[in-house]
Design a protein around this ligand. Structure first.
Ligand code: UD1
Length: 418
């Protein structure tokens, strides 16, 4: 099993390009199932989650080629409609394939995603919405058998929570359905807009993405298209946290400033100077950081739950007390115990975590328990004195394209040990 060895503390310096968004790439690759011609996706990050998504496409019968960050999918030969249990277990967000497989094959079989590192991962909203569109769903021994033999029919669907995955699944199922689908209380995340832009480029009719009401007029067919994945706002937030805690100045290239709006005020509150020019963002950290009064994770345009852990790591060495409230996932403080091993002072009470900044962190052996929590340990390890070893790098590889190379290029002393 691989681990990352970090020799801290270090200063970061220089510029780095932010890779494409993992959370966009997965639904976009699922959407390529719906297109009659070749789909060319640029800026696809090299991540284990993306590789699993490609394995699912290949299992279904698609031809998939990757050249650098460009992935080309030809789904004309698709013949299967199931996702093997092992691939479902490796990546629970494979559930986003359900709507696409149903739209294309009128049936689907996959195992129930069950729980994950972040706690229970229910899919009730996905299933209720698909049923409304005309899908019959049977559950047997942890397997979902879905059938839409009479086709999919546009309907009005109100979500009780703006779930990102459910919104994507509805969009994928509805784009080729008969009639109009209206999603109210839809998720507004940038990844939703990216999916809508892709579907529209392929000949779909999706309006309102980015607002809480999305209207999808079903079309007869989608054709192939070329699309560039949006930049990864969470990877950008993680690099900003790394620069902030190490008192560094760095420049991020290829960012989308609007997508970072919910995140940037936290860095300003911590005392960092930010400046945006076009698609570049520079951060100048003051060294000692101010605490951040309260970070409440919320659906977009609120503060993203995925940035909670890396930003918490940053506040571990602030001059005062910071408060976090996790409102999206039940079990998203697994990094706290590990940050404490590095010398952080954090107390968790239910959804609230209180971080009392300390003067120093010190290197220790720690374990990543999930993707963003693992990245938080790297952020803290960069500032900790001595050697930090982060175990279970496979979690980090799910969402960061070779994080150790990115940080080494900025001057960090970080190596992967297999
Ligand atoms: C996506 C992101 C993930 C991010 C999350 C919230 C991908 C691949 N993953 O996950 O990184 O942290 O959005 O921004 O894009 N819920 C239900 N029933 C459902 C669906 C969701 O109760 O049917 C609950 C979840 O348990 C969770 C909340 O709704 O508490 C948000 O989940 P959701 O927005 O669906 O997240 P994902 O799409 O799974």
């Amino acid at each position: 099993m691989s681990r990352l060895k970090i020799e801290g503390p270090c200063k970061l310096e220089g510029e780095v390009q932010v890779h494409g968004a993992k959370n966009s790439t997965l639904p976009l690759l699922a959407a390529s199932l719906l297109c009659d011609g070749e789909c060319v996706l640029h800026n696809c990050p090299q991540l284990s989650d993306v590789e699993i998504t490609i394995q699912i496409l290949r299992h279904l019968g698609c031809q998939v080629k990757r050249e650098g960050s460009t992935v080309v999918v030809d789904s004309s030969q698709i013949q299967n409609w199931d996702i093997p249990d092992q691939l479902m277990r490796e990546m629970r967000s494979s559930i986003v394939f359900l709507g696409a497989i149903l739209a294309r094959m009128k049936q689907a079989k996959l195992s129930f995603p069950g729980g994950c590192e972040l706690g229970p991962r229910p899919i009730d909203l996905h299933l209720a919405a698909l049923k409304k569109l005309g899908v019959q769903i049977r559950e047997n021994h942890g397997c979902l058998y879905c059938s839409a033999k009479h086709g999919l029919w546009g309907k009005s669907i109100g979500l009780s929570f703006p779930s990102v995955g459910a919104t994507e699944n509805i969009m994928l199922a509805a784009v080729l359905a008969k009639g109009t689908t209206i999603i109210t209380n839809a998720a507004c995340e940038p990844e939703i807009c990216d999916l809508a832009n892709f579907l529209n480029a392929a000949g779909g009719d999706v309006k309102g993405a980015g607002s809480s009401t999305i209207v999808i007029q079903g079309v007869e067919r989608l054709h192939g298209c070329e699309h560039r994945v949006i930049p990864d706002r969470i990877a950008a937030a993680t690099l900003l946290a790394a620069a902030a805690i190490t008192g560094s100045n760095i420049l991020l290239r290829e960012i989308e400033p609007a997508h970072l709006e919910p995140i940037l005020p936290v860095f300003e509150e911590a005392g960092c100077q930010l400046s945006i020019q076009g698609r570049e963002l520079s951060i100048v950290s003051p060294g000692r950081l101010n605490p951040v009064k309260s970070v409440r994770t919320m659906p977009y345009p609120g503060f993203p739950t995925d940035a909670q852990a890396p930003v918490m790591a940053m506040t571990c060495m602030a001059d005062g007390t910071s408060v976090f409230v996790e409102n999206i996932f039940e079990s998203r403080y697994k990094h706290v115990g590990e940050l404490v091993r590095l010398g952080a002072r954090i107390k968790v009470e239910g959804r609230v975590a209180v971080v009392e900044g300390v003067k120093h962190l010190s290197g220790a052996e720690v374990q990543a328990a999930d993707l963003r929590g693992g990245a938080a340990l790297v952020v803290a390890g960069l500032a900790a004195e001595g050697v930090t070893q982060v175990q279970n790098v496979r979690y980090i590889d799910r969402g960061y394209e070779s994080l150790e190379h990115t940080l080494t290029s900025l001057g960090a002393r970080i190596t992967r040990i297999n």
